[in-house]
Design a protein around this ligand. Structure first.
Ligand SMILES: [Fe+2]
Length: 382
């Protein structure tokens, strides 16, 4: 095994204050109804935006950010009632929607020319440099987590019609991309103007088929119970399904449905009742979104171990280099979305106890870091 796979770095110990601020529970979520210039449009009334990790693309400098620590990506959410519309806008870095509640229509194009419907459990990666917006088309409140690429997303560009409509409601965008109420005292040079047709030529286009390939639904997932070495050890029956990028899976047969570089990976993790991932760590920042089930999240080893039992829907940041163990302490399957800050594989360093127990069960990892029978590898690989 190569040195990079072994990852023998010094131990990072998470202190209790840091751990507490990295466990962001729904009770900690702070809705911002003034983050964007479209909030006074009738169709967007009541749209709530959240910034859990990093500021995202908020245009409100007063927006609450739960954890303002650079991770290499931003995580937030949108909560919208039935019928509410989020207006067409464009991102420079990745924007991934993780739908966990409700029925949504995502529209792509300046005039919403292309549309996809997404239900709970679907993850959609909107391409960069295309206008996109979304609408809650269900009967009930909807919720989507969002993952944005980079620490500095560069903000957004609104579709020309949105800037014009917002101006009619008295909201303008200053050249520093903050929202300003009323044009009084603003010079025309201070205000962001709608893009001209000649500028709109730079916007990208994707076929319907290409867009459909960026929506990964539950029925598309390729779950593997050979994704984690710990799976062969009693008490660790975890399974994973990739969505974006290489991620942390150790199943050499896994193929991610979305392979373009996002700056982060996205995978589903599933644990049956009573199972844990087993103690492991990564050298990248990692966030787990606990979409359902009852979880115990532990960090550190031995006498430094800390536990938290965050409520369903929580967003938990796990420090690069820190040991962690995720356990389903409920009585039904638990699911989480795992985000790792890398386009490379998010290689797992297992606790030696897991490595030894797996070897005794006849399994190890090959020189590529993928799970294989010990008898085929020829020699034990740590
Ligand atoms: Fe967006």
């Amino acid at each position: 095994m190569t040195e990079s796979l072994r990852q023998s770095s010094s131990e990072v110990i998470v202190d209790s204050d840091d751990f507490a601020r990295r466990v962001i529970e729904p009770v900690d979520f702070v809705a911002d109804a003034a983050a964007f210039i479209d909030v006074r449009l009738e169709r967007s009334a009541g749209k709530a935006s959240y910034s859990f990790i990093g500021p995202g693309v908020s245009q409100n400098p007063d927006q609450t950010v739960n954890l303002d620590v650079p991770h290499g990506f931003n995580i937030g959410a949108a909560g919208m009632a039935s019928g509410v519309v989020n207006s067409q806008h464009l991102h420079f870095t990745a924007e991934v929607f993780i739908c966990t509640k409700g029925d949504w229509r995502v529209a792509v194009g300046e005039h919403r020319e292309q549309q996809l419907e997404l239900g709970a459990g679907t993850i959609f990666s909107a391409p960069t440099w295309v206008f996109r917006g979304f609408e809650n088309i269900g009967d009930h409140d909807g919720w989507m987590y969002t993952v944005l690429g980079g620490d500095d997303t560069g903000g957004i560009i609104w579709a020309p019609d949105v800037i014009r409509a917002a101006a009619e409601t008295g909201l303008y965008l200053r050249s520093d991309y903050t929202v300003v109420d009323g044009a009084d005292g603003l010079s025309t040079n201070d205000v962001v103007k709608p893009l001209e047709p000649a500028q709109l030529v730079s916007i990208d286009r994707y076929s319907d088929q290409e867009l459909a390939g960026r929506a990964v639904r539950q029925e598309d997932l390729k779950w593997s119970e050979q994704a984690l070495l710990s799976n062969v050890v009693t008490g660790h029956a975890g399974a994973m399904a990739p969505v974006i990028g290489h991620g942390m899976t150790e199943d050499r047969r896994h193929r991610s449905p979305i392979t373009s570089a996002h700056g982060f990976s996205v995978e589903w993790l599933r644990l049956p009742p009573g199972s844990s991932t087993g103690l492991h760590r990564h050298q990248q920042n990692q966030v787990v979104i606990l979409t359902d089930g009852t979880w115990d999240i532990a960090v550190n080893r031995d006498e430094n171990r800390l536990h938290s039992r965050p409520a369903q829907g929580s967003v938990v940041s796990l420090n690069a280099g820190a040991w962690r163990d995720l356990t389903n302490v409920g009585d039904s399957d638990a699911h989480a979305v795992v985000v790792c800050a890398t386009d490379q594989r998010a290689v797992i360093e297992w606790d030696p106890g897991i490595v030894e127990a797996a070897q005794q069960a006849g399994w190890s990892r090959d020189a590529g870091g993928y799970i294989a029978p010990v008898e085929l590898i020829g020699r034990p690989v740590l």
